[in-house]
Design a binder for this molecule. Structure first.
Ligand code: HEC
Length: 110
């Protein structure tokens, strides 16, 4: 009986691991990283300082979308020279932090 509950416990632990591995960024760290981004994405993020090209609005987009877009630029799956260069400077943790920051802005500004 004891052996069986140990096995059940072990399986439960394995099932719990992926949930724990899911990262959630720190918006305070993200605020510092986002300083670079705001040069182009602007404040409140739907205006851009370079009228010659359009920059998508980041505020209002979901955490998951921001993370996956940045990873796609970083891996070269999504091609855009400027954003590839930006994303290449970011670590996995930075991407999550910056996404957490943009999400808090959305909540405050809408
Ligand atoms: C030099 C200007 C510039 C800087 C700096 C910049 N971006 Fe961008 N960003 C762009 C442009 C232009 C696009 C649109 C690219 C495209 O069409 O794929 C974009 C696209 C994006 C997208 C995808 C949005 C969408 O709607 O699909 C995200 C997310 C993003 N940027 C986040 C960031 C973050 C985070 C930073 C700071 C680390 C940053 N950007 C810095 C110019 C910039």
């Amino acid at each position: 009986m004891l052996k069986r509950s140990l096995i059940t416990g072990f399986i439960a632990l394995l099932l719990a691991l992926p949930a724990q591995a899911e990262m959630r960024g720190d918006p305070e760290e993200g605020r510092i990283i986002a300083y670079t981004c705001t040069g182009c994405h602007g404040i409140p993020f739907h205006k851009n300082v370079y009228p010659t090209y359009s920059v998508p609005r980041i505020g209002g987009q979901s955490y998951g979308y921001i993370v996956s877009s940045l990873k796609a630029y970083r891996s070269g799956e999504r091609r855009h020279p400027t954003m590839e260069a930006q994303a290449n400077t970011l670590s996995e943790q930075d991407i999550h932090d910056v996404a957490a920051y943009f999400v808090t802005l959305t909540e405050e500004q809408q």
